[in-house]
Design a protein around this ligand. Structure first.
Ligand SMILES: [Zn+2]
Length: 430
C-alpha cells in the first residue's frame, strides 16, 4: 500500500537524527530510519529539522492587521492601545473582521503556525468580533486549530454589559472564559472577577485564560487569586495566566510564596515577549524595566510556560509577522535564557508547552500523532531560533499546504564561495 507522504532523513526536536516519517490517512504511521515504502510524495529533509507545528496560545485575531485604523498609537502604551481599539470597535464590521483574520491565517500557515488561541473582545453589544471569528474558526478548521477566548477587554465589571455579553459569547460557541482583573476599578473588583469567571468555567466545564496582572504594579496579585480559585474549583491544569508582567516587579520573597501556589494549582503561564518588552516599563525613566514575567524561575518550579505572539500590526503593536521563532528569540533574550538547554526550552515554549495549554490531541512527531509538521531550513531547534529558519514545507493531515524556497544567497566575491546558506553556519557540536 502506498503512503500519502514520506519524509526522508529528518532531524527531530528531541535530538533524534536521520529518521524517516511515514504519513497515511492524516496520521503519522511510522518514525524510524530506513522506511522504503512507496509514497505519493517523498521529500528529502536532508538532515534538517522536522518540528511539530508552531502554536500561538495568546493572540488577538479580531484586531490583527488593523494598524492605522482609525489612527496610530502615539504613546505606545497599553492604555492608549485599549482606547484606540475602543474607537475602532465602533466602526468594525463582521466582514472586515473575517477578511483580516483569514489573511492573517494565510500568513500563519506560511510560517508553520497551525494552532492559535485568540481572545475576542465581548464588550461590544453587537458582538461583531465574536460573530466574525466564529465564522473564521469554521473556515480555517481544515488547516488551523483556532480556539476562542471570550475576553471582556474593558473590564468584566467596569464595562456595563460585559457580564451579559461574555455569557452570550459562550452560548454562541466561544470556547474559553477570559478576563482582565487588573483593569477592573479596584483590586477587590479584580479578585471578584477572577472568582466569577472561574465559577462560570467550572459550571460549564470550560477552560480559563485571563489577561492577568499585565501591569508594572508589583502589588497586582490576581495570579494568586487565580491559583486559589483553580484549586478551590478543581480546575487544575485548565487555567492559564497570560502576561503576568507584574511578577517582573514583585518582591522576591512574595514570589517565593507565589510560585509554589501556581505549581500546586497547575496554572499555566503565558508570556508575550514581543509585547511585554515594548509595552511594559513605559512609565519608567531609567533604569527601565523589561516587564517579562519570571520564566526561568517558573520553569524551576515545574510550571508550564508558553510564549505567545499576542499582536500583529494592531493598536498595541505595529510589528510582527506570525513568526513564532521571532517570539521565542525575544523570549530567550529578555529572559537571558542563553544556555544550550534553555534555548531548546524556548523552542518548546512555542510548540509542546502551548500544545498542553490548548489540550491539542495527537500533537507531536511520533507514530500515531496527526501528520501535521514543519520542515525547517535548520539542523536543530537552537539553529531554528537563531536563524528564524525558513519553513521549507508545512504539512497538515499528511499534505503539503505551504512551501518556501530555501534562503540561499548568490555571492559575487573574487576567491570566495558562490553561495551562502545561513544554515551552513551551525556550530560543530552541541
Ligand atoms: Zn492579549
Amino acid at each position: 500500500m502506498s503512503l500519502d507522504l514520506l519524509i526522508k532523513n529528518a532531524n527531530l526536536p528531541d535530538g533524534r537524527t536521520g529518521v524517516d516519517i511515514a504519513c497515511e490517512a492524516g496520521r503519522i504511521t511510522a518514525v524510524e530510519p530506513g522506511i522504503t515504502a512507496e509514497a505519493a510524495r517523498t521529500i528529502d529533509a536532508n538532515g534538517q529539522l522536522v518540528s511539530p507545528p508552531f502554536i500561538d496560545c495568546h493572540f488577538h485575531m479580531d484586531a490583527t492587521l488593523s494598524l492605522g485604523l482609525p489612527r496610530m498609537n502615539e504613546s505606545g502604551t497599553l492604555l492608549e492601545g485599549i482606547a484606540l481599539w475602543g474607537e475602532l470597535k465602533e466602526i468594525l464590521t463582521v466582514d472586515a473582521v473575517v477578511e483580516r483574520a483569514l489573511r492573517y491565517c494565510d500568513l500563519a500557515v506560511s510560517q508553520g503556525l497551525l494552532a492559535i488561541r485568540s481572545h475576542v473582545d465581548v464588550c461590544d453589544d453587537r458582538l461583531t468580533g465574536v460573530e466574525g471569528l466564529l465564522e473564521v474558526r469554521e473556515k480555517v478548521a481544515p488547516y488551523i486549530d483556532l480556539q476562542l477566548v471570550a475576553f471582556p477587554q474593558d473590564g468584566l465589571f467596569r464595562s456595563p454589559n460585559a457580564e451579559k455579553n461574555l455569557l452570550r459569547a459562550l452560548d454562541m460557541g466561544v470556547d474559553i472564559v477570559g478576563g482582565i482583573p487588573h483593569f477592573e476599578r479596584t483590586m477587590e473588583d479584580g479578585a471578584r472577577s477572577v472568582r466569577w469567571l472561574c465559577e462560570i468555567a467550572a459550571d460549564r466545564g470550560l477552560m480559563v485564560d485571563l489577561h492577568c496582572d499585565e501591569t508594572d504594579d508589583p502589588m497586582s496579585r490576581h495570579i494568586e487569586t487565580l491559583a486559589f480559585e483553580t484549586q478551590r474549583l478543581g480546575l487544575q491544569g485548565r487555567t492559564a495566566g497570560s502576561h503576568l508582567t507584574s511578577m517582573h516587579s514583585m518582591d522576591n520573597y512574595y514570589v517565593s510564596k507565589l510560585l509554589p501556589l501556581m505549581a500546586e494549582a497547575e496554572v499555566h503561564a503565558i508570556a508575550n515577549p514581543l509585547i511585554n518588552i515594548t509595552l511594559q516599563g513605559r512609565h519608567d525613566t531609567y533604569p527601565k524595566r523589561r516587564g517579562q514575567t519570571r520564566v526561568p524561575e517558573m520553569r524551576g518550579y515545574g510550571i508550564n510556560v508558553a510564549f505567545g505572539h499576542d499582536c500583529v500590526m494592531d493598536p498595541w503593536y505595529s510589528m510582527g509577522s506570525g513568526d513564532m521563532l521571532e517570539v521565542a528569540s525575544m523570549g530567550l533574550h529578555v529572559g537571558q535564557m542563553t544556555s544550550r538547554e534553555a534555548m531548546r526550552y524556548a523552542f518548546d515554549c512555542v510548540t509542546t508547552h502551548p500544545a498542553k495549554i490548548m489540550g491539542l490531541e495527537g500533537y507531536g512527531v511520533d507514530k500515531g500523532c496527526k501528520a501535521d509538521f514543519v520542515l525547517l531550513q535548520a539542523r536543530d531547534t537552537i539553529e531554528a531560533i537563531r536563524l528564524k529558519a525558513t519553513r521549507l514545507a508545512v504539512v497538515r493531515a499528511g499534505k503539503v499546504i505551504s512551501e518556501t524556497p530555501p534562503r540561499v544567497a548568490a555571492l559575487s566575491l573574487p576567491g570566495r564561495p558562490d553561495t551562502v546558506d545561513p544554515a551552513d553556519y551551525a556550530p560543530g557540536g552541541n
